[in-house]
Design a protein around this ligand. Structure first.
Ligand code: B3K
Ligand code: ZN
Length: 886
């Protein structure tokens, strides 16, 4: 596929003011009629009208009712010289939804028909100007068999519906808001809906609906509650109200992504809609809350103001992720619960985005070029993009940020704009801020790829009573960007005395000390900041709340880190101190000879015990601290990684924590039982998370020592649990410890939930993500591929088994015999023929092959080369593979 470049952007030569679409819906053959009101931009030289189309069967083309000559060129329908400046274009074509295995365009899932148009799916429905800066008013008539498809939905308001001959019926929808084609949606299916009428602050009534298949209504309450909470929050925090009479969410069983923010008709992966206590875990409930919020927030950040071109994707995605993260923090409530959420968000960033930014797919938040835009729905565009917005928030403050949002909508409502437009509005609304003073510098976050390295060293001058912090940044090269400029880095910090108390902060030149926390704004490659009235050596707590997406090297000793772990008031840095203490031990063990036993020191164990027993801390926070950094995160941080060795070392440390804290784990398990009715709130979630971690440690230790007590207890709990979080936690404890009781428990679980697709996904996932031991997990995955419930055709199921191995279980995947890589190559090729989007995501499991030690590195390269050799690889997968080998 040819490269598309940001530099080549040009405004559309034609606009489509309005479109009337008619669908005669049928899974085998759907007839699409399209009547477009087209206007030529007379300010531009006359040029041919080029309409995008893909996999369409064209029946006819008329201009103002007359047939017209046209041609096909580079997958586009070209009409060379449309006579008038404004004209009506009529097109008829057919499509075959049931053959659409890509799940882009109109496709069949379960017994229904659904669409997915972002980014370039609309062209798989009919010919159109399929680009986000062409915004059109849509009127849509749907006709279908009434028995098969009793529910017919599209965007906006329902104008009319009624019966037709031959058992058919119709529905006519009109969306008053002009929108790009990527936000178009259609649903034809046999569904039922949970409904609620709500009033917004202005007193307007709205109808909210959550559509699911029959039998799933009892799993829609949480999605509905999350939607209502999102509405309330967006009005309260940003003054943004719902602009539609009707807002619909529809659950779709086969879905490439999490969800899609089509105007007024959000389509969701079932995974992010359906939940009740018996079938979904706390993590699932949490995911639903944030995805419902995310899609809802897109109605303003994405739909009312959209992207000029796909290079600006982070304009809507980074901002909307930031908004959903803030929403979840506000929902969590207490400062400590907010801290827990922040830790979770940073974990995701560092485990997914940091490796991306260090590998062959590294790209700026606003990319410069792509072959397949679907490959750029990445952790960089989403999560790093959100961090960029968060840094603006840090620089202008909460009120200033709200003012910036207001100005952004005042300027750009109804437009398709760029990342620059957003940053400009933020700066203009805050003229006295560090953002406005350094706007061009700040915008390097949009332009430069790679994770900046930030070195920080403090020097105390006893005589002058000063403490001087010197910061130095290094921006490593990334593909296509050899040399980089310094970036603006906001460094939130506090200084702790060795007894843990916080020091009032006074910078040289300031009249008096103000507060115990500051944000330093770094704008140069190296920079120093001097604090005065510092009477003793201090321990700096830098980059509080992870105030910038960088790798920090602050040179702190273990003794310093122990001070932070015991006393830091910043939840993120307190957690981070524990993670770094653990990582230091893992690194040391990796550097030691293989034969040397890995022994966890008493200081570390004592610190972990103190934290676990600390009555002033939340369970959710303790669970995070007591969980060692993941193999994925560590592998990203260490050069030339041997995944097997890393796994062995980390497992050994966990074994030692399980043994040394045995009595504490037993206490923690008993002390964190929830004795009231199930609610997926922050407190209960934390209790269950810690109890499950404790149980896992207890079972692990018991299996190692041959003690039957805790495996028996876990099995009992597994059987008797009153909610899925506890049931799955107990099952996981047995499976992860390779306990004998794991087998009967797995069989029982399967029998109990065989009718629940999302629960079966968990059953596959749990087995595929278990810690590898002697190749057993890999062998189990091979068996599960043959299981009657396994299919590559359903993305959730494919992710549960395949992605679990290659993306989430490094020790099972990276095998000395290279069988994991062969498995990967086979599955990339198998997925690629049916669903290129899914295949190219899957292919990214080997992005970081260059960072592997031998023999893994060479074996991985060979597997990638085998995939590259396939002649008819999809454009999506080809781009990933080609970059990996470049
Ligand atoms: N905007 C969609 C993503 C669509 C991806 C298409 N390949 C989901 C979201 O970010 O809300
Ligand atoms: Zn989004």
């Amino acid at each position: 596929a040819p490269m598309v470049r940001r530099q080549d952007y040009s405004a559309p030569a034609y606009r489509i003011r309005a479109v009337e679409l008619t669908f005669d819906l049928d899974a085998a053959k759907t007839i699409v009629g399209s009547r477009l009101s087209v206007e030529r931009d007379t300010a531009l030289p006359v040029q041919p009208l080029r309409l995008d189309g893909e996999d369409l069967n064209l029946l006819r083309v008329l201009v103002d009712g007359q047939s017209v000559s046209f041609r096909h060129e580079n997958g586009q329908l070209v009409i060379d010289a449309p006579a008038a400046e404004a004209f009506t274009l009529e097109i008829r074509n057919t499509i075959a939804p049931e053959k659409n295995t890509q799940l882009s365009g109109l496709y069949a899932s379960g017994s229904g028909l659904f669409t997915q148009c972002e980014a370039e799916g609309f062209r798989r429905i009919t010919y159109f100007l399929d680009r986000p800066d062409v915004m059109t008013v849509f009127t849509v008539t749907l006709r279908a068999d009434k028995k098969k498809y009793p529910v017919l939905l599209s965007n906006g308001n329902l104008l009319e519906q009624g019966e037709l001959a031959n058992g058919k019926h119709f529905a006519k929808w009109h969306d008053p808001f002009p929108k790009p084609a990527y936000l178009f949606a259609v649903v034809a299916a046999d569904l039922v809906a949970r409904e609620q009428r709500v009033l917004s602050r202005s007193g307007k009534e709205h109808l909210l609906q959550v559509y699911v298949k029959r039998g799933d209504l009892d799993k829609t309450e949480h999605a509905m509650n999350s939607l209502i909470a999102s509405m309330v929050w967006d009005e309260a925090r940003f003054g943004l109200a719902l602009d539609l009479e009707r807002f619909m969410i529809v659950a779709v069983p086969d879905f490439n992504m999490g969800a899609m923010e089509n105007k007024g008709l959000n389509l969701f992966n079932t995974k992010f809609v359906l939940a009740n206590a018996a079938t979904a875990t706390d993590v699932d409930f949490d995911g639903i809350e944030s995805v419902v919020a995310h899609e809802y927030f897109h109605n303003w950040t994405g739909n009312r103001v959209t992207c000029r071109d796909w290079f600006q994707l982070s304009l809507k995605e980074g901002l909307t992720v930031f908004r959903d993260q803030e929403f979840s923090m506000d929902m969590a409530g207490s400062p400590s619960a907010r801290g827990v959420r922040r830790i979770g968000d940073v974990r995701v960033l560092r485990e997914r985005q940091f490796p991306e930014d260090a590998g062959p797919m590294a790209h700026p938040v606003r990319p410069d070029a792509y072959q397949a835009i679907d490959n750029f729905y990445t952790a960089t565009v989403y999560e790093k993009g959100s961090e960029v917005v968060r840094m603006m928030h840090t620089l202008v403050g909460r009120e200033g940020f709200a003012a910036g949002m207001k100005l952004y909508f005042a300027r750009h409502d109804g437009q398709a704009v760029t990342c620059d437009d957003f940053a400009q509005a933020m700066a203009d609304a805050n003229p006295d801020s560090a953002l406005a003073a350094n706007l061009e510098l700040f915008k390097r976050w949009y332009a430069q790829a790679g994770t900046p390295r930030l070195q920080a060293r403090g020097v105390w001058d006893a005589e002058a009573r000063t403490w001087t912090l010197t910061l130095a940044q290094h921006n490593p090269p990334s593909p296509g960007q050899a040399d980089k400029l310094p970036q603006l880095i906001p460094v939130a910090l506090g200084l702790l005395k060795r007894d843990g108390t916080a020091l009032p902060l006074q910078l040289a030149g300031e009249a008096e000390a103000g507060g115990t926390e500051r944000v330093l704004v770094m704008t140069e490659a190296t920079q120093s900041f001097t604090f005065v009235n510092v009477d003793a050596e201090v321990v700096p707590s830098l980059l509080r709340g992870f105030s910038a997406p960088v790798v920090l090297d602050d040179g702190l000793s273990d003794a310093d880190l122990l001070v932070l772990l015991a006393h830091d008031t910043d939840a993120f840095n307190r957690w981070e101190a524990g993670q770094r203490l653990a990582a230091n031990r893992i690194r040391a063990a990796l550097a030691a000879p293989v034969e040397a036993p890995v022994v966890l020191d008493d200081a570390f164990i004592a610190a972990m015990r103190a934290l676990l027993r600390d009555a002033s801390l939340d369970a959710a926070f303790k669970e995070l601290v007591l969980t060692l950094p993941s193999e994925i995160y560590l592998a990203d941080q260490i050069e030339g990684i041997d995944p097997q060795r890393l796994h062995a070392v980390r497992e050994s440390l966990i074994d030692q924590l399980a043994a040394a804290l045995h009595a504490d784990w037993a206490w923690a398990f008993e002390a964190h039982q929830v004795k009231v009715g199930y609610k997926p709130d922050a407190w209960q979630t934390g209790q269950r998370a810690l109890a499950n971690l404790a149980l896992a440690m207890l079972v692990r230790h018991a299996v190692a020592t041959g003690d039957p007590l805790w495996p028996g207890k876990a099995y009992q709990r597994f059987k008797d649990a009153s909610n899925m979080t506890d049931r799955l936690g107990a099952l996981e404890a047995l499976v992860n410890a390779h306990a004998e009781l794991a087998e009967p428990a797995l069989a029982r679980f399967h029998a109990q939930f065989k009718g629940e697709a999302l629960v079966l996904d968990k059953w596959f996932m749990l087995q595929a993500r278990a810690p590898e031991r002697d190749g057993r997990v890999f062998a189990r995955i091979q068996q599960l591929l043959q299981h009657p419930d396994f299919t590559l055709g359903n993305p959730n199921r494919a992710r549960a088994l395949l992605f679990s191995l290659t993306h989430f279980n490094p020790a099972a995947f990276h095998r000395l015999d290279a069988a994991g890589y062969a498995f990967w190559a086979d599955k990339v090729l198998a997925l690629d023929t049916a669903n290129p989007q899914l295949a190219s995501r899957y292919a990214r499991a080997l992005d970081r092959w260059r960072n592997l030690a031998e023999p893994y590195r060479s074996a991985a390269r060979e597997a990638i080369a085998r995939v590259a050799a396939k002649p008819d690889l999809s454009g999506d997968t080809h781009e990933i593979i080609q970059r990996a080998l470049a």
